[in-house]
Structures are given as structure tokens and as C-alpha cells.
Write a protein that binds this ligand. Structure first.
Ligand SMILES: Nc1ncnc2c1ncn2[C@@H]1O[C@H](COP(=O)(O)OP(=O)(O)OP(=O)(O)O)[C@@H](O)[C@H]1O
Ligand SMILES: [Mg+2]
Length: 434
């Protein structure tokens, strides 16, 4: 199967060839013709398999055949859960449509709104946005949806989950009911699929691989280690194996900053990316990492979805995520577009619940490994188990105390909380930061 036989126009064939793509990926083979048929769609395909081009290529071709946008109007809207992903998707759309006469761009929070208001004045064909800033722009009358033809939710399960759902429902009510709606992700739960039915009209379900499955080319390893020795082990792994480009996930913002200090003390260049950093600092950190100016980027789950770093070889879970789907996305930052990757998780005994949840989700049982010199001693394990029991009994005693709700100011960015998140509830969470 070639891009040509999928019905792409010459301008797009030229653009994909300039991107170095020779053949469409399986999700592209399925999704591109379906988008051309103007069907609503929910598409599931593993991380790094080209979902962005799967919706962007046919979308820009459809738009190129229609009328130009009126002032303030947007013709296609792509919603993403993080600012970095919005910028990246907008860049991809720009690359794919470079030989077409279309206007595209991204709007997200953390930067001044005025330039975005001016940018929207002339109307835009494809707008990629995070939900909060989009609502703000609408409230300021900077944007008009009368001409909207296509809505895409990238990382759809995340967009319909928890704190995002209120904004998405609100945005949906602002859009024309006659439109094409597309949802893409590497993970989907049954619950999210039912919730999606309120957004989609007679949708096509495309599953090129089982939902929640991980890419075979990513080698996954779990190293058992005492909690207090995780940073020491990470430094050992980086130095001993001469790892040069490592994306490390930390569950908390505070933990991410501490880890950066420890890595720097050990002579390893590192930076953090999380919601407490300014957007400028976040952008610089990601750019520095992509350019290989810094060896280690320590991130919260803000960087777990959709972010594409060319040929990123190593991902480390410093902590296991509370939400098992996040494991699939985190490790999916490596092993992209058919490349090999290594994903290492540092596991301490207090994380057995998270590990079991991940094993259930991806239907795989891990063998715990140890690194010479870092084998947890029995006394430490007994202490961790006792601590865990104590914590669990406290959790039960706390009952419905409001004081321990996750504190979440942007997607996937939690301060430490011993309880896993509930699913499908939107109440009780702090409002997302725009
Ligand atoms: N047909 C293709 N041939 C080669 N490379 C491709 C092709 N399509 C996309 N790519 C490249 O594959 C990488 C991953 O693409 P993309 O980010 O769209 O994946 P994804 O499926 O959206 O992943 P995630 O689930 O992590 O969001 C990108 O670098 C992209 O340029
Ligand atoms: Mg993607």
C-alpha cells in the first residue's frame, strides 16, 4: 500500500516524501480513507505509529477543497491535553500542508493571549489548542466556530477523563452539531468508549492493535531497588551504560526537581519539565533535550502523552505511575516509528499495587530484576511492607476525607498522593490551569 493509493493529492505526496515517509503505517492505511469518507471515528493504535499523520493528512486535504475561513473562524480544531503536544501537532500539520494554501497554528496557556487573539483575527484552517486557553479565547470573542467542519481529540481518552471532561463538554456545546469528529489514542477503556458516544455520530471504530498494548520493539525491564536508593541506581545506570539521552518520569514535580539536583551533583546534565515551571523554561528544557544539549530530562506525566523526540533511546520510570495507562504512554516515548527502545522502571516494594495494575492492563507479567550492588535487603523490604500496611490502614481510616484528593493543575501532574485516581469523575478536582 502506498500513500498515492490512499488518495492523497500531489501536494501531500510531496510533503510526506520530504518527511522521509516511504510507506503509510497500518493506522494511516485504515484511517486516511475513512476520514475522506467524512465518517466520525474512534481510532486506537500503539504509541509512535503515526496517528498524527493519520488524521492530519486527510483533514488538510478535505480543508484544501473547501472555502477559506472568514475572520475569527476556525475550520478544523485539534484538542490536545498539553501545551507541548499542541505545539508539536501544529508543527506536523504545518509540515504536511506546506505545499497548500492553508493557515494553521497552536494556542495554549502559559503564554500571552494577545498575540493569539491577533493571530485568530484573519481566520484559521487548522487550530491546535489546549482546552483551557481555547475556552478563554472563545469567551474573549476571539474565535468563532460557525465554520467548524472537523473536531479531533488527540489522546482522546485523556481528554475525556476527569478534569478535562467539563471543558470538553463545554466546547462541544459551542460547536456546530453537523461536523466530523475524530478521536485518536493508544489507550482506551470501555468506560471512555461509552463516554465517547456522546461526541461521535455513528462512529467507525478502528483498532489496528489491541488498545493498551505496548510496542514489541520496546524492551521493558523492571529493577527492584530500595526506594531510598533509586537516584543512586539511576546515576549508576546512566554512567555505567553511558546512556546519553534519557527521559525520566517522576510522579511529582518536587521529586523531579530533587532528582535534577542529584543528577547535576553527579556531573550529569539534566533539566526538569513540569507544571510549576514557566512555559519558557518548559520549552527550553524540551528543546535542550531534543538537541542533546542535556542528557536527562526529568518530567512529570506532562511529557508522557504524544511527545515525539526523534530516536529517543531510553525511558526510565523513576516511580511507577498511579494510572496504568500512563505507563503505556510513558514508555511509548521510545521505540517510535519502528525504532528500538529500552524502558526501565525502578520498582520499590511500596509500588506493588501500581505494578499489578500495569500488568493487568498490558496483559504481561514482569520478572523483577536486580542490579549488582543494589539488591534490596530483606530488612528494608520488611520495613517497606510494614510502612505500606500502615499507610493502607490510614487510608481506610481517612474515609472520604477531602484533604487527600489529588492536586492536579495540568494533565498528569500530581503531587504525591497514596490513592489511585477514580475514573470518570469530574468533581472534586482542582480546575485545570489554563
Ligand atoms: N508513514 C510513516 N513513515 C515513517 N515515519 C512516520 C510515518 N508516519 C509518521 N511517522 C513518524 O513517526 C513518529 C511518530 O508519529 P506520531 O507522533 O504521529 O505517533 P503517534 O501514533 O501519534 O504516537 P503517540 O501515541 O505517542 O501519540 C513521528 O516522528 C512521525 O514523523
Ligand atoms: Mg500522537
Amino acid at each position: 500500500m502506498s500513500f498515492c493509493s490512499l488518495g492523497l493529492c500531489d501536494e501531500l505526496l510531496k510533503a510526506v516524501s520530504e518527511q522521509g515517509y516511504t510507506m503509510p503505517s497500518p493506522i494511516q492505511v485504515e484511517a486516511i480513507p475513512a476520514v475522506f469518507k467524512q465518517r466520525d471515528m474512534m481510532a486506537v493504535a500503539q504509541t509512535g505509529t503515526g496517528k498524527t499523520a493519520g488524521f492530519s493528512l486527510p483533514m488538510v486535504q478535505l480543508l484544501s477543497e473547501g472555502e477559506r475561513p472568514q475572520p475569527h473562524c476556525v475550520r478544523a480544531l485539534v484538542i490536545t491535553p498539553t501545551r507541548e503536544l499542541a505545539a508539536q501537532v501544529a508543527k506536523s500539520v504545518e509540515n504536511y500542508s506546506r505545499h497548500m494554501n492553508l493557515r494553521s497554528g497552536a494556542v495554549f496557556g502559559g503564554v500571552r493571549i494577545e498575540p493569539q487573539v491577533s493571530f485568530l483575527k484573519d481566520g484559521i484552517d487548522v487550530l491546535v489548542a489546549t482546552p483551557g486557553r481555547l475556552v478563554d479565547l472563545y469567551n474573549q470573542k476571539a474565535i468563532n466556530f460557525d465554520q467548524l467542519e472537523i473536531l479531533v481529540l488527540d489522546e482522546a481518552d485523556r481528554m475525556l477523563d476527569l478534569g478535562f471532561i467539563d471543558d470538553i463538554r463545554h466546547i462541544k456545546n459551542l460547536l456546530p452539531s453537523k461536523r466530523q469528529t475524530l478521536m485518536f489514542s493508544a489507550t482506551f477503556s470501555q468506560e471512555i468508549k461509552s463516554l465517547a458516544s456522546s461526541l461521535l455520530n455513528n462512529p467507525l471504530l478502528i483498532e489496528v492493535t489491541a488498545a493498551n498494548s505496548t510496542v514489541d520493539k520496546i524492551k521493558q525491564k523492571i529493577y527492584s531497588v530500595e526506594k531510598a536508593r533509586k537516584s543512586e541506581l539511576l546515576i549508576h545506570l546512566i554512567k555505567h551504560n553511558q546512556w546519553h539521552q534519557v527521559l525520566v518520569f517522576s510522579r511529582t514535580k518536587h521529586g523531579a526537581d530533587n532528582l535534577v539536583s542529584e543528577l547535576e551533583k553527579a556531573g550529569i546534565t539534566a533539566a526538569s519539565i513540569h507544571a510549576n515551571r514557566t512555559q519558557h523554561a518548559r520549552t527550553l528544557a524540551l528543546e535542550g533535550f531534543k538537541n542533546e544539549d542535556i542528557a536527562v530530562l526529568v518530567a512529570t506525566d506532562i511529557a508522557s502523552r504524544g511527545i515525539d523526540v526523534n530516536q529517543l533511546p531510553y525511558v526510565v520510570n523513576f516511580d511507577l505511575p498511579y494510572v496504568p495507562e500512563d505507563y503505556v504512554h510513558r514508555i511509548g516515548r521510545t521505540g517510535r516509528a519502528g525504532k528500538l527502545g529500552l524502558a526501565v522502571s525502578l520498582f520499590s516494594m511500596d509500588e506493588s499495587k501500581q505494578l499489578q495494575a500495569i500488568e493487568r492492563l498490558i496483559e504481561r507479567k514482569f520478572e523483577l530484576e536486580t542490579i549488582a550492588g543494589f539488591k534490596p535487603n530483606k530488612k528494608a523490604i520488611a520495613q517497606a511492607v510494614a510502612k505500606e500496611k500502615h499507610k493502607n490502614s490510614n487510608t481506610q481510616n481517612r474515609g472520604k476525607s477531602k484533604g487527600n484528593k489529588p492536586v492536579d493543575d495540568e494533565y498528569g501532574n500530581f503531587e504525591a498522593d497514596p490513592e489511585p485516581r477514580g475514573r470518570g469523575k469530574s468533581k472534586g478536582r482542582k480546575k485545570l490551569r489554563r
